[in-house]
Design a protein around this ligand. Structure first.
Ligand code: 5GP
Length: 114
């Protein structure tokens, strides 16, 4: 199967500004930031979307959720607050078919989204 864009970033075949990585996940700055801080956190495992995750991925998903807080702390947005977004499928606005968590902050964000 052809690698997704985000797999290529995780494998360093495409450059990105990586802010964190470990054996299970990689976090890098969004190329078109929606706020002063906009980081994408992905599992190295190419799960297409959260709707495709299974019970087998439970520990991996827990790992990602815990890293959200660590990254927000490291980016200086944990105290002021931030938004965590998982776009899923066409109606959800997902454009890259590799599960990714947006971590967005550094300004006051509106709700609900469009
Ligand atoms: P989605 O719309 O699928 O939830 O989010 C995909 C995100 O990936 C978008 O915010 C978009 O700006 C970002 N993106 C798309 N291509 C690249 C790229 O080549 N490098 C980086 N760093 N981000 C990208």
């Amino acid at each position: 199967m052809e690698k997704t864009l985000f797999q290529k970033i995780a494998d360093k075949e495409i450059p990105a500004s990586i802010v964190y990585e470990d054996e299970l996940c990689v976090a890098f700055r969004d190329i078109a930031p929606a706020a002063p801080v906009h980081v994408l956190l992905i599992p190295r495992k190419p799960i297409p979307s959260i709707a495709d995750a299974t019970a087998e991925d439970a520990a991996l998903l827990a790992h990602l959720m815990l890293k959200v807080g660590d990254i927000a702390q490291a980016e200086g947005i944990a105290e002021g607050g931030f938004r965590t977004v998982l776009n899923t499928g066409e109606n959800g606005g997902q454009t890259v078919p590799h599960l990714h968590i947006h971590i967005i902050g550094g300004r006051s964000l509106q709700w609900p989204p469009g």
